[in-house]
Design a protein around this ligand. Sequence first.
Ligand code: 3PG
Length: 307
Amino acid sequence: MTKVLVATDKPFAKEAVMKIEEAVKSAGLEIALLEKYSSKAELLEAVKDANALIVRSDIVDREVIEAATELKIVVRAGAGYDNLDLEACTEKGIVAMNTPGQNSNAVGELVLGMMVFMARNGFNGASGTELRGKKIGIHAYGNVGQYVATIAKGFGMEVYAFDPFVAKEVIEKAGITPIDTVEELYSTCDYVSLHIPATPQTKESINYDLLTKMPKGGVLVNTARKEVIHEAEILKVMADRPDFVYISDIAPDNKAEFEANYKGRFFFTPKKMGAQTEEANVNAGVAAANQIVGFFKNGDETFRVNK
Ligand code: 3PG
């Protein structure tokens, strides 16, 4: 029987697990669950006889791929697939997929939620600021960026977007002002919300030069990946610009330095939680299960991300 392993260090909501099970079993496939595993060895053992694998941000590197000798397909239940070794998948003839858009609303809501939290001084009762009338720049107008833009408009913010891969007309049609260069996005906007993927090209691309272009009181919101931030340089921004605020859904490696020196000017979630809602878990998890079923039943490779 074809075995689908759901391996999630950060477990899906119970409801999502039930629905994934339903989707897998009703297609006549078998399911196994590995949650909150404490070591990579556990994952290596569990993947041995799996024909399909569903993961979240779990690291599926060459070692995992090589241990998974029966694997035909791995689906990252989510958008970013920087945790999958695509080259190793391709070499072993394994199809790799993501489930784009399925968890985007959850991330979008968290962006605005964290912005309000910081604008109101962590809800400490001191007088804060409002989002209405402020300018927000969407750095990459993909699925999450689109949700952020829509919600930000609801708050009465002026919305701008920079995305060299999206036609200006598409952005304009959504009532958003397209911006030609990344530098202009940062120099224009009070808030910038980051939605670029982590790739060799984007790694550490959010640096001192870019961030210091932001107007006084500039706020960077990062729900993308910590790897895209130049950590040494953002610390220099924090030091040189006492008005600058950094919000991130996942703490940077140099979190201790923020805690020691910049209290009240940063907020980091304790664990990446942008997509951690019951709805997002159900959407992404069930999509992953259905994509696996479609792959085994009909050879459907929609959402394949490797060659
Ligand atoms: C994604 O890329 O979809 C998000 O970063 C969510 O990641 P998670 O499934 O680990 O919460």
